[in-house]
Unconditional design. Structure first.
Length: 537
């Protein structure tokens, strides 16, 4: 297996160079498909593309098909690629998803399959190979597979890849149709519906009917949530639905309707964390989960199996646990239940949390490069560096930026505060990254504002803020937040409810342990041994 940490990054870089080299000659779907097919069959010369073809020829068929699909998407414009969310399922993950489906009863000898977001045929191609391995003839397999793909070129490539799996001379019998699956009407007729659907905000205008109301709140409709509803609608009663979707569905406050719908319409057989996230999709830092469902009534539900999937270790079981009875409650990773429970929250430390205020690309006219009487310094997310006082500095690293105000605003922070990054990337080892604002900022300017990619942690006492900041920067707090949230963005709501050790226990632990990491672990353990009550320091 070529993972991102074992050669995958090199192949991706190679594919980028080849795509850049031929980019000007690939302005049409036909041209892009032709190059992808040439790459697949190694009908290439001695240029970058030829070198890439020879590298792919040494890989397994699963990996070769994957990289051909990735190469095609690199020929698309950045806007089209982002709009279509054209990021394909790597082979190890596709195989793990199918292993789970087979384990829970999908019959490769007779079952029918739909992939409504076929992409590069990661699932359909692999399923076709498994069906033939069970003795099915090519004609039987093609009659049991159906896909839909919005990009005409990708639909053609999908048919080509499936045809190669089945050793067919042509792809005319492969049923991968061009179109938007969300605009189609679906009957409950498939034994397995499997998908890695696109994600991103959409409006009701692009959808067929009002099915979205079952899984999304008005104004916050995400493509992947609507695809989940589509997949359940297309599955037969008792059939399986296997999905690779952003982990935000497990805990995000905007996905309460989706979680409720899942509990109403299906048995949640398995929830699997996938990671590390930089091994999942090329160019994507999105955390994802695998969700396996059985379309059935609400009666006789068993506990849900939780596991982890990685390229190196495959499927690792965590355990079986009941989902929360209240459908609005998040579905945290069950590893959280095995950790010592602190029993406190930010409020117990006298610290509040609120999202950053200033959206610079919407209110750029208020941005200043020099201090003025009505302006306050702006702290950007990039100014937050753990272990160092946080000071405002411009995007260019020179001086500070300022935001002008015409009147007093609650967005101007005048109390002791720390700033936490609201989003992290796959190069950062921690999800929670915070730093205390330098007291000199208040002395010089009287306060500050932060951009919307930050969270402000404020309190009446500087010591309380510093204590919380030190705690949030530890692995003990970070792992608990990661178990609670499955997204790269830090939720203010989840941060407010994050389980923390009791303040008194943390202060005592810090007197014993100079290392904050050891002190945090000791504080959680000491808190768990105390009665379940709240103590404000």
């Amino acid at each position: 297996m070529v993972t991102w940490r074992k050669g995958g990054r090199a192949i991706l870089a190679h594919a980028r160079r080849a795509a850049k080299e031929v980019g000007s000659s690939c302005s049409t779907d036909t041209a892009r498909v032709r190059l992808a097919r040439d790459l697949l069959h190694a009908r290439i010369g001695d240029d970058e593309l030829g070198s890439l073809a020879r590298a792919l020829a040494a890989l397994t068929v699963d990996e070769r098909h994957y990289w051909v699909g990735v190469f095609y998407t690199l020929l698309l414009s950045a806007d089209v690629r982002r709009d279509q969310a054209a990021y394909f399922t790597p082979p190890y993950l596709a195989n793990a998803v199918l292993n789970l489906a087979v384990e829970y009863g999908f019959d490769l000898r007779s079952g029918s399959v739909l992939d409504p977001a076929a992409g590069g045929a990661a699932f359909l191609s692999t399923i076709a190979a498994r069906m033939t391995a069970k003795g099915a003839k090519a004609g039987q397999v093609t009659g049991r597979l159906r896909g839909v793909e919005i990009d005409p070129g990708l639909a053609r490539i999908s048919r080509t890849l499936i045809a190669e799996r089945l050793a067919l001379g042509g792809a005319s019998s492969i049923d991968v149709q061009v179109g938007d699956a969300l605009r189609r009407r679906w009957k409950a007729e498939f034994d397995l519906v499997v998908a890695n659907p696109p994600y991103g905000r959409i409006t009701p205008a692009v959808l067929a009917g009002d099915h979205w109301k079952k899984v999304a709140h008005s104004g916050n409709i995400n493509k992947y949530a609507v695809f989940v509803e589509l997949c359940l609608r297309a599955a037969k009663p008792g059939a399986l639905v296997a999905l690779v979707i952003p982990s935000s569905f497990r805990t995000g406050p905007l996905y309460t309707k989706l979680r409720g719908y899942l509990r109403d319409q299906a048995q949640v057989l398995c929830v699997a964390e996938v990671g590390p996230r930089d091994e999942v999709f090329a160019d994507v830092a999105q955390d994802v989960s695998v969700l396996l469902l059985r379309k059935t009534s609400a009666e006789g539900r068993a506990d849900t199996r939780f596991c982890a999937i990685s390229a190196t270790t495959g499927i690792t079981d965590i355990g079986a646990y009941p989902l929360p009875k209240d459908w609005e409650e998040p579905w945290p990773c069950p590893t959280l239940s095995a950790m010592p429970h602190g029993g406190a929250t930010l409020a117990d430390y006298g610290v509040s949390a609120k999202a950053g205020y200033f959206v610079w690309n919407r209110e750029g006219d208020r941005l200043r490069r020099a201090a003025e009487a009505d302006a306050f310094p702006l702290i950007w997310a990039k100014n937050v560096k753990p272990g160092r006082p946080c000071q405002p500095a411009g995007k260019d690293g020179k001086g500070a930026d300022f935001v002008s105000f015409t009147e007093e605003s609650t967005s101007i922070v005048r109390r002791p505060a720390a700033v936490l990054q609201r989003t992290t990337n796959n190069k950062q080892p921690r999800r929670l990254v915070a730093a205390v604002v330098d007291p000199a900022v208040y002395a010089r300017w009287g306060g500050f504002v932060t951009e919307n990619h930050t969270i402000v942690l404020a309190g009446d006492r500087a010591a309380d803020v510093a204590l919380v900041c030190q705690l949030l920067n530890t692995a003990a707090a970070d792992v608990r937040y990661r178990a609670l949230s499955g997204t790269s963005a830090v939720s203010v709501q989840l941060l407010r409810s994050l389980d923390l050790p009791k303040p008194a226990c943390l202060k005592t632990a810090l007197k014993i342990h100079a290392d904050p990491e050891k002190a945090a672990v000791a504080a959680y353990e000491a808190s768990a041994q105390q009665p379940a009550s709240r103590h404000v320091a």
